[in-house]
Design a binder for this molecule. Structure first.
Ligand SMILES: *Cc1c(COP(=O)(O)O)cnc(C)c1O
Length: 238
């Protein structure tokens, strides 16, 4: 991937890679959504991304997202982005994030669920959330252990304003993307097993997995949301 390529070229290249991964795995292109992760770029670049018709934006820290979120409030509704919170979420940031970010990809503890639910109740909204799972067992990774999921999902059903829609994971960085395949496959299997248990009121349909270096493998293993920063939006010097 040429880092000097234009945004238009990167969007096209990513689209081709997605289509090829869907074709290899017999999936329909419509099943795969892209979150453009804008955390490495300036407000001007985010404007450019949105002007290119990209509507799903992801950020992992409220402090960095805030100026971008605020500036883009000026856009007419038809052009307004949908925001995804993909980083670990501190409870004291919930009041800032909920109501602004439509999707939360990093629900990983009950105290956070409680805070989200309190805020959502106040705003009268329902928040679609991904439960973050530490599939690889790395200490450095956020997320629940797979064994904790059934009980966590059971506890979540007490919060009417939280809608668990699927699972999210971050694979360890591997030089060879292929080596992440077992992690992605395991997340899909966990989702399917949870659905068989029938705990949640609605089946978990979504899998948020795959980043710039490994998203084609994630798509082959069932990703419904890939989170793409570097390869799509680019990376600028801070
Ligand atoms: C930064 C980030 C991404 C995107 O990373 P790239 O490798 O640049 O695509 C995806 N998911 C999460 C949780 C991130 O923090």
């Amino acid at each position: 991937m040429n880092l000097l390529s234009t945004l238009t070229e990167r969007i096209q290249d990513v689209e081709q890679l997605i289509q090829a991964a869907c074709a290899r795995s017999g999936r329909s292109r419509d099943e795969v959504n892209v979150v453009a992760v804008t955390k490495y770029v300036s407000l001007d670049s985010v404007r450019d991304v949105v002007a290119h018709g990209v509507r799903q934006l992801g950020e992992n820290r409220w402090q960095n997202a805030k100026p971008k979120w605020e500036a883009l409030q000026e856009l007419p509704k038809s052009e307004a982005p949908v925001w995804h919170y993909i980083g670990s979420l501190q409870t004291n940031k919930v009041k800032d994030v909920i109501g602004k970010f439509t999707y939360i990809h990093s629900l990983d503890r009950l105290s956070l669920a409680q805070a989200i639910a309190d805020r959502a109740d106040k705003l009268g909204i329902i928040v679609p959330c991904f439960i973050q799972v530490n599939v690889s067992g790395e200490d450095s990774k956020q997320g629940l252990e797979p064994e904790q999921l059934p009980e966590f999902l059971r506890e979540l059903s007490q919060y009417r304003s939280i809608r668990p829609i699927g699972l999210m994971t971050m694979a360890p960085f591997e030089a060879e993307a292929e080596e992440t395949r077992p992690v992605f496959r395991a997340l899909r299997e966990l989702r399917d097993q949870l659905n068989e248990l029938g705990i949640a009121e609605h089946p978990l349909t979504e899998l948020s997995m795959g980043m710039s270096n490994d998203f084609t493998v994630a798509i082959e293993e069932g990703a419904t949301w890939v989170r793409l920063g570097t390869i799509l939006v680019g990376k600028e010097e801070a």
